[in-house]
Design a protein around this ligand. Sequence first.
Ligand code: SF4
Ligand code: SF4
Length: 117
Amino acid sequence: MKYWRKPLDFDQVKVPHGEVHIIAERCKGCGFCVEYCPKDVLVMSARFNRKGYHPPEVVKHGECINCNLCEMICPDFAIYSVEAANGEVVPDAGDDRSGECEHPEPVASGAGKEDGN
Ligand code: SF4
Ligand code: SF4
């Protein structure tokens, strides 16, 4: 982006760097994250996940600005970014959680009710 004038704190502002994590087994290959990433960090990979979809992969390591847009836009909570420590960019960890969920499954409605209620 070209500024018509230079912001006063231009030299002090640092561009954040993010580390993208893709939970491939949750992905349904919609491509939203690829389409809307402002830095074109992602592409759809050629490999398949267990559901038969192509999950995204990181192609521009070090370009992620940790804007979290991919995380917000993903309908399946299959991608997220975290701030890289000290501006250091760690290569994509890939399917680092193998679809495992840290949170318990939601309780189905009516579960736990006594019979006859
Ligand atoms: S956090 Fe932003 S820049 Fe990084 S991969 Fe997601 S959409 Fe792209
Ligand atoms: S937005 Fe989510 S579900 Fe869609 S391709 Fe990206 S990671 Fe997969």
